[in-house]
Design a protein. Structure first.
Length: 298
C-alpha cells in the first residue's frame, strides 16, 4: 500500500470513529448547555440501550430493528434516570448533579453486571454489515458506511429539530438563560426531559453501531465511549451542537492517525493520547473551538 493509500485509509477510519464520538458528544453537550452538568452516566445509558437490544438481535431480527430497539432502550433508561434522579435535583447546585451522575454511572454498571455476566457479548452477526466496502484502495465494511450515513442523518434531524421547531427554539432559549426562559412561560422540567430523550436516543444509535462494529460488549462498554464523547464535546466547546460534531471528528482523526503512524510500542496507549489531547485543549483554549468563555467570580 502506498503512502497516499495508507493516509486515505487512516482518514476514512478516523471519520468513522469521529462520527461515533460525535453522536455521544452531542447528548453530553446538550445536557451541559441547559443544566451546566456533565452527565457521566451518559456512557452507561448507551451501554444499557445495547444490552436491551441484544435479545432482539438473538431472535434473528434485521439490523434496523435491532437499532430501533437500542434507541428505545437507551431512551427509556435516560427518561427513568432523568425523572427519578435528576429531576428532583433540578434546582440543586451543579456539583450535586455531577456527583449524582457519577453515582448513576456506577449503579448502572453494577446492575447490568449482576443481571448478566462480565463475559463479552455481541449482537448476532449481520452478514450484510460485515461485507467489505471498497472505494478505490480504501477498504471498509458496510457497517462503517452505515455509521457515517446514520450518524449524519441523526445529526441533521436533531439540528432541524433545534432550529425549526417550537420546542427546539425553547431548548436553545433555556440554554441561554434558564431563569429568563422560565419567566417567559417555558416549562423547564418538560424541556429538560426532551433534552434527555434526544441525547439518550443518539447514545442508543451510537451504542448499537459500536456493537456491530466491534462485536465486543460488556457492562463496562459504555465507559470509554462516554469519556471520549465528553472529550469531543470539550474540544468543540461543550454546550455547542456544531462543536460536539467537529470535536468528535477531530478526536476520531487524531486517535486514528496517532495509532496509525506511531510505533506499535506507543500505539497501544491510544486511550491515553485522547486524554492528553483533552489536557492540551483545556490549557490552550478552555472554552473549546466553538465555546464562549465564561467569567467566574473568585
Amino acid at each position: 500500500m502506498s503512502e497516499l493509500s495508507e493516509f486515505l485509509q487512516h482518514l476514512a477510519n478516523g471519520l468513522v470513529l469521529g462520527f461515533l464520538y460525535a453522536l455521544v458528544g452531542i447528548g453530553l453537550s446538550m445536557v451541559y448547555g441547559i443544566l451546566r452538568m456533565i452527565n457521566f452516566a451518559h456512557g452507561e445509558i448507551l451501554m444499557v440501550g445495547v444490552f436491551l437490544a441484544l435479545p432482539v438481535s438473538a431472535l434473528g431480527a434485521p439490523a434496523w430493528l435491532v437499532l430501533l430497539a437500542g434507541i428505545a432502550g437507551a431512551t427509556i433508561m435516560g427518561l427513568i434516570v432523568q425523572w427519578t434522579i435528576y429531576r428532583p435535583l433540578l434546582r440543586s447546585p451543579e456539583v450535586t448533579l455531577l456527583v449524582a451522575s457519577l453515582g448513576v454511572s456506577l449503579l448502572l454498571q453494577n446492575l447490568v453486571l449482576m443481571m448478566t455476566s462480565p463475559q463479552p457479548k455481541r449482537p448476532d452477526p449481520a452478514p450484510f454489515l460485515d461485507q467489505p466496502f471498497r472505494l478505490g484502495e480504501i477498504v471498509l465494511r458496510n457497517v462503517d458506511l452505515a455509521i457515517v450515513l446514520i450518524a449524519m442523518a441523526a445529526m441533521l434531524v436533531t439540528h432541524l429539530f433545534l432550529k425549526q421547531t417550537r420546542h427546539g427554539r425553547a431548548l436553545r432559549a433555556l440554554a441561554q438563560d434558564m431563569s429568563a426562559a422560565r419567566m417567559m412561560g417555558v416549562h423547564v422540567p418538560f424541556l429538560v426531559m426532551i433534552c434527555f430523550v434526544i441525547g439518550s436516543a443518539l447514545a442508543g444509535v451510537a451504542g448499537v453501531l459500536i456493537g456491530y462494529k466491534y462485536g465486543h460488549l460488556t457492562p463496562l462498554s459504555g465507559f470509554l465511549p462516554g469519556l471520549k464523547g465528553f472529550v469531543a464535546a470539550v474540544i468543540g466547546g461543550i454546550g455547542s451542537f456544531p462543536g460536539a460534531v467537529v470535536g468528535g471528528l477531530i478526536l476520531g482523526l487524531l486517535e486514528t492517525f496517532l495509532v496509525g503512524y506511531l510505533p506499535d510500542a506507543l500505539a497501544q496507549y491510544r486511550d491515553a493520547y485522547v486524554f492528553l489531547v483533552l489536557i492540551l485543549v483545556l490549557l490552550v483554549r478552555p472554552s473549546g473551538l466553538f465555546g464562549k468563555p465564561e467569567s467566574v467570580k473568585v
